[in-house]
Design a protein around this ligand. Structure first.
Ligand code: ASP
Length: 315
């Protein structure tokens, strides 16, 4: 039994490991681990109290994948329901003929299944950070008027904040039966354009698991993972016979080939079916965490760095 997670999964990994030790599935462990992060008001990149979009609205993305069946479920742009990962799992388990529900449809589904809804998804503190960012970006010290009849495009470019792109939680687990599951949950980029969907709810981009080979989950600039199918690439490279380190490294190197303006940071965690694990990052000093069943607590370890030349032109 093994769990690996992005470093901000520390708040949920003990509960996730407890579930595995009590006979729970890898899917259970992933959901339990991620729910703890989604409920944490101190994590501004996942679930409740995440950084909102440019209009000050919190839109959540999440996905979960079962490596045994290759089934998956995902939600995107969901408002008002903190536990996006649980709703994503229900999309899969209620046997809808769909994988991904977005926006009003995801919220309708969440209501229909009785998912926990919260009236207030942001604290005043985070609303204040949003207001300040808008005021600073306006150059006039005032919060600009954001309305439907005013093009938002320029505002998103101004307000997009490289410091607050990074976040998101990744969990990957192997249970006592050897089944693998992976999950990702995020509030996405801070100040994103309304309706923007990142890599986290897109199977193959930010999340992929296959019992036969391994699993991978990503954080960082989701647009890049979407364009390069990063999570699926790692698993496919494993299928092609690469070692875990080669597979993860190659998927990172692939990102260097992406052209265009918005090229930023990328991070991934991955494991293979034998329980070897690795973390990669385009930034130095980034970490991830892991815990095996026999360990009393999780350990934080450094990710290997693969530089992706920064070509951030959003400013
Ligand atoms: N990957 C997430 C997204 O693009 C954000 C992040 O990990 O920071 O929505």
């Amino acid at each position: 039994m093994l769990i690996i997670a992005s470093h901000n999964g520390a708040i949920g990994i003990a509960g996730a490991m407890r579930a595995l030790k009590q006979g729970g599935s890898a899917m259970d462990a992933v959901e339990i681990g991620i729910r703890a992060v989604e409920a944490d008001p101190a994590d501004h990149t996942v679930g409740y109290n995440g950084y909102p979009n440019i209009l000050g609205e919190l839109e959540l993305d999440a996905s979960i994948m079962d490596g045994r069946s290759l089934n998956s479920g995902a939600v995107a742009l969901m408002r008002g329901f903190p536990y996006a990962i649980s709703v994503a799992r229900e999309v899969m388990e209620r046997k809808l003929p769909h994988v991904l529900l977005a926006g009003a449809g995801a919220e309708r589904f969440a209501r229909e299944i009785g998912a926990e809804a919260w009236d207030e998804m942001l604290t005043e503190e985070i609303r204040g950070v949003w207001r300040k960012r808008l005021a600073d970006s306006s150059g006039e010290g005032d919060v600009p008027l954001l309305s439907d009849d005013r093009p938002l495009l320029e505002w998103v470019k101004l307000a997009t904040d490289p410091e607050r792109v990074a976040g998101t939680v990744n969990f990957i687990a192997i249970d006592g039966r050897g089944d693998i599951a992976s999950g990702v949950s995020t509030s996405g980029w801070a100040w994103k354009y309304p309706g923007r969907i990142g890599d986290s709810p897109i199977i193959g981009a930010g999340n992929y698991a296959d019992n036969r080979y391994g699993a991978c989950a990503c954080t960082g600039m989701g647009e890049m993972a979407i364009r390069a199918s990063t999570a699926r690439s790692v698993v496919l490279y494993l299928q092609m016979g690469m070692s875990l380190a080669e597979a993860a490294r190659q998927a990172m190197l692939d990102l260097r080939d992406l052209g265009g303006d918005y090229i930023g940071g990328m991070n991934l965690i991955a494991l293979n079916r034998d329980g070897a694990h690795i973390g990669m990052s385009s930034d130095a000093g980034r970490t991830y965490i892991y815990q095996q069943a026999e360990m009393a607590e999780h350990v934080e370890v450094e990710r290997e760095m693969v530089e992706i030349p920064a070509r951030w032109a959003g400013k």
